[in-house]
Write a protein that binds this ligand. Structure first.
Ligand code: B12
Ligand code: SF4
Length: 465
């Protein structure tokens, strides 16, 4: 059937293509697919500040590949930020781009270029591939790509203090039907705090070395954004668009006590409002700096506390090189339980634990998994976020499983649905039954009366990973 899609007006010969599953900004499955890309926002801001205007399209706004193909026509350059989970979309888009613009150039960068260069160089449509940070190379690269080799080593800023304030109006707009609740150029509410939501980054790298993540092995270290700059940006966004709550996208917000202390001192005084926020921490450091943690929750409105608890089994935590023990996890859970009770007594909303849990870790026994379920049942103020372990390139365990041929995350399907099976040899049927509550008797063994009575059904808490 013939379909007519109006083409967007072109202001430039250079196109930045925002990546994500088709229709994520038309009919999204959930809120997280709608979140915007800070890499794109930062680099487009730098380009525009240097007089290089780019057009923008998003695969997330497209309802079909034909629609994308039609809209790619007539551009001379295509730029994309490629992460592992968007790699299949990136290479398909590059192929379509070359079909309609055989002389056009495709410039890529992003996490996947750093962690999986061979997959990137295997795509002949990628003319330039930038590994690492791009902020101090993007302008020269876009001005004269042919002066660079095919694989470009990126140049980053020493500190996030050097980054310009991102122009959020350079982010893609959602489809008309989503606009009312999207709050563009801020972002939609996802259940953590009122909209409009401002997502921000205050730090770039987490220094720990968990084997399923260890991003500090591939993201160069970088100074944290000054506290005052973070607050001033939020105030600016509030004055212009009205901020309802904040999501701090840092991999590890709860690091660097000096910075955190300054945040406690300044955020409640300097910000237009002490907006509630989501941010991430670790259980061992909560145990190490309990007073700092409590002050952050109570004085700065850290109301959704994301902790990578991962497992209730010490054996698995060691295998993951998490450097946190089950005791650290229980300490943190108890502290959030108590803080929740305290806040409730004061007539306030309890702070919630965003509990990141992994199941299906190679080598995990059923008893390890039962320990994790017991731990989950002990949380009183919780949003459980459970995922099946996914072997991403870049992480030590991911590389190992890929090399052993055990990864099921193929080049065409890195990551789609929560229930997707990710590693060969893992008994996913057992996990499906576990999350459906089929092993309640085993899980309840040894639990006190209160905890035993909590529901052991967590099938709805399974998220993409
Ligand atoms: C915020 C964030 C999210 C947010 C928002 C994602 C989004 N829309 O951007 C949410 C919570 C939704 C999310 C979800 C997921 N994320 Co995430 N996320 C991050 C995080 C913490 C920050 C990303 C960011 O904004 N970085 C800052 C910007 C400025 O950096 P950047 O985008 O990489 O861009 C720089 C360079 O790459 C380069 N560059 C980029 N493009 C280009 C292009 C050119 C031409 C050039 C020259 C340079 C260049 O220059 C930029 C400036 O230096 C990173 C970890 C990290 N510290 O980066 C993980 C990370 C990217 N996520 C990851 C993963 C696995 C996921 C999930 C699959 C699940 C999970 N485990 O969290 C989901 C999938 C989401 C989906 N859509 O399906 C992995 C990706 C691993 C990989 N190999 O690609 C990371 C690295 C975390 C990790 N260590 O596991 N994520
Ligand atoms: S899992 Fe968390 S603590 Fe571990 S390296 Fe990644 S961000 Fe850091």
């Amino acid at each position: 059937m013939f379909k007519f899609w109006p083409q967007k007006k072109k202001n430039s010969k250079i196109l930045w293509l925002d990546l994500g599953d088709l229709e994520d900004l038309v009919r999204p499955d959930g809120p997280h697919e709608q979140w915007q890309d800070h890499g794109l926002g930062l680099l487009r801001t730098i380009l525009h500040n240097n007089g290089i205007v780019t057009d923008l399209l998003s695969t997330r706004s497209m309802t079909s590949w034909q629609q994308l193909r039609k809209n790619l026509t007539g551009y001379e350059m295509l730029i994309m930020n490629v992460r592992s989970y968007t790699f299949p979309i990136a290479y398909k888009s590059a192929q379509l781009f070359k079909e309609v613009n055989p002389n056009g150039l495709v410039l890529t960068g992003g996490m996947h270029a750093t962690v999986s260069l061979d997959e990137m160089t295997g795509i002949e449509e990628f003319d330039r591939i930038c590994q690492g940070p791009g902020e101090n190379v993007i302008v020269d690269l876009v001005k004269d790509p042919l002066a660079f080799p095919r694989v470009v080593i990126g140049v980053g800023a020493k500190s996030m203090a050097e980054w310009p304030m991102m122009d959020r109006t350079l982010w893609p707009k959602p489809h008309r039907r989503l606009r009312k609740n999207f709050n563009w150029p801020l972002e939609p509410e996802c259940g953590w705090g009122p909209g409009p939501v401002a997502t921000i980054l205050t730090s770039r790298v987490c220094p720990w070395q968990c084997v399923f993540c260890n991003e500090n092995s591939y993201i160069p270290n970088m100074g944290r954004k000054p506290v005052e700059t973070v607050i001033d940006e939020l105030n600016y966004l509030d004055d212009k668009f009205g901020v309802g709550s904040v999501v701090i996208h840092d991999s590890m917000f709860f690091q660097n006590p000096k910075w955190l202390q300054e945040w406690i001192d300044k955020y409640p005084r300097r910000a237009n409002k002490v907006w509630p926020y989501w941010a991430a921490g670790r259980s061992d450091t909560v145990r190490q700096w309990p007073d700092l943690f409590k002050a952050l929750v109570k004085e700065t409105n850290w109301n959704t506390i994301s902790i990578g608890l991962e497992s209730g089994s010490d054996r698995i935590l060691r295998l993951l090189n998490k450097e946190c023990t089950a005791e650290d996890n229980y300490y943190t859970i108890e502290m959030v339980n108590q803080l929740g009770d305290e806040l409730k007594r004061e007539g306030k909303q309890p702070a919630m634990l965003w509990a990141n849990i992994m199941l299906g870790i190679p080598g995990e026994t059923s008893e390890d998994a039962f320990e994790t379920m017991r731990m989950l049942k002990s949380m009183r103020y919780v949003f459980p976020s459970i995922s099946y372990y996914a072997p991403y390139p870049g992480s030590a365990l991911g590389y190992q499983l890929i090399a052993e041929g055990k990864s099921l995350m193929s080049k065409d399907n890195y990551h789609r649905f929560p229930g997707d099976e990710k590693v060969k040899g893992v008994d996913y049927q057992f996990y499906r039954e576990l999350l459906a509550g089929k092993y309640e008797d085993e899980v309840n063994r040894g639990l006190d009366d209160y905890t035993r009575k909590q529901s052991g059904v967590f099938a709805d808490a399974l998220v993409k990973a």
